[in-house]
Design a protein around this ligand. Structure first.
Ligand code: NAP
Length: 391
């Protein structure tokens, strides 16, 4: 029987790559549901091609327009956060691919886990905000399979290994477009330059996160919870070629790495069909063409966001949710050219400095959501005052 799949964020980069993988294996997967925010042109084309049973459009006006456009079909179209949750918990489905961007994924992801679904997770923001609680849910009911290439790499390397044999997890990072840029030039970085990732084609938010190295900070937090290791067991290594997607060092000194071309369809396919591997016809890895693989330590002076993420994880409680929300707001402000590149880190640091974190309670997302709302408001005010100082 085909695996019935729901894709939250089907119109985005991960969502479209997921559908590409499904296109290559129509005998194995059935697209049961799709969800997006407001890109109904793309969604309508996907509906025409995949004939899902349900669709959710977060934005209610766009949901109404899509209903009018597709009124001849019998398709159920939900809207709002409730709509996302409804689609993620349909009784008929097995697997939810969570490819929405940002904190909007939190509640649908938790709902999917609570409903016993397998969660193929790209939406790392959920693990940053509430990784500890998500793992508690996943131990009891649904299962989380990472899509993030680094975490997929570690997940693959750890397959069948005992937890007590892990000495260290080594997360690799490309270093982004400004890896070699001198510190004094950071203030002049433009949106266009920051959106030029050297190795990966991704959505705008994660591309900026990669340029600030916040992406790696978020991934450190994600790894801490997904693999149940201490922060002291996680290292970050800059590897500009993005061929080694991450490594695990075991207690006997062996280091196992997962390699592959930088193409998200590889980790997506692994997550969709886990524990079986799927054949594909993508360009194979040719190490002779790449020639050399290089490594260097991250520079947290030029890229302070990585340091802030580690600090947030150390502080714990609601602080990682605050880091995440402040980052989302600051990145959006940078994309809108309201603040400079270096001010992304300033907004995050100041929002964190103003927060009084509270510990998390098992099964309770209330404090996390409250911290998220508070941090968004605080970061927004900081951005306004930065803008006023400019004029
Ligand atoms: N792209 C990558 O290669 C990559 C790699 C590793 C991890 N990830 C993670 O995967 C997630 C998605 O990244 P992406 O690059 O695919 O982002 P993206 O291209 O910006 O796509 C975001 C998707 O989320 C949808 N969305 C946004 N807000 C929503 C809302 N309120 N309700 C419903 N849907 C909403 C968007 O719908 P609309 O199109 O309608 O706005 C779109 O489908 C992020 O957490 C990212 O960190 C991405």
């Amino acid at each position: 029987m085909k695996k019935r799949v729901v894709i939250l964020g089907s119109t985005g980069s991960i969502g479209r790559n997921t559908l590409d993988v499904i296109d290559r294996h129509p005998d194995r997967f059935e697209v049961w549901g799709l969800a997006a925010r407001r890109n109904i042109d793309c969604l309508a084309k996907q509906v025409e091609k995949y004939h899902p049973k349900v669709v959710a459009v977060f934005d209610p006006v766009s949901a109404r327009t899509l209903r009018q456009r597709l009124q001849k079909s019998k398709l159920e179209i939900y809207s709002g956060l409730e709509g996302l949750i409804q689609v993620a918990t349909m009784p008929e489905i097995e697997l939810v691919v969570s490819a929405v961007i940002g904190s909007i994924g939190l509640l649908p992801n938790f709902a999917a886990l609570r409903a016993g679904k397998t969660l193929a997770l790209a939406n790392k923001e959920t693990m940053v905000m509430a990784g500890e609680l998500a793992m508690q849910e996943s131990l009891g009911r649904g299962t989380i399979i990472p899509i993030d290439s680094e975490h997929s790499a570690i997940f693959q390397v750890l397959n069948g290994e005992k937890q007590q044999y892990i000495r260290r997890i080594i997360l690799t990072a490309s270093g982004g477009p400004f890896r070699t840029l001198p510190a004094e030039k950071f203030d002049k970085i433009t949106v266009k330059e920051a959106l030029q990732h050297p190795n990966w084609q991704m959505g705008k938010k994660i591309t900026i996160d990669s340029a600030t190295l916040m992406n790696k900070g978020l991934e450190v937090i994600e790894a801490r919870w997904l693999f149940q290791v201490e922060l002291s067991q996680i290292d970050v290594l800059i590897h500009p070629q993005s061929i080694i997607h991450s490594m695990v060092e075991f207690v006997d000194g062996s280091v196992l790495a997962q390699m592959g071309i930088p193409d998200m369809r590889l980790p997506i396919a692994y997550a969709l069909n886990y524990p079986e591997r799927l054949e594909n016809s993508l360009t194979p890895l040719d190490l002779t063409r790449i020639g050399s693989l290089t490594f260097e330590p991250p520079d947290t002076q030029r890229f302070p966001c990585l340091r802030y993420a580690v600090e947030a994880l150390k502080i714990g409680g609601t602080m990682p949710a605050v880091l995440n929300a402040a980052n989302e707001v600051a990145v959006e402000a940078f994309l809108q050219e309201q603040i400079r590149f270096t001010q992304i880190a300033e907004v995050i640091a100041e929002t964190m400095a103003q927060h009084h974190p509270t510990p998390l309670k098992t099964g309770d997302l209330h404090d996390i959501l409250a911290a998220d709302t508070w941090a968004r408001r605080t970061a927004q005010k900081l951005i306004q005052s930065l803008q006023q100082r400019r004029f």
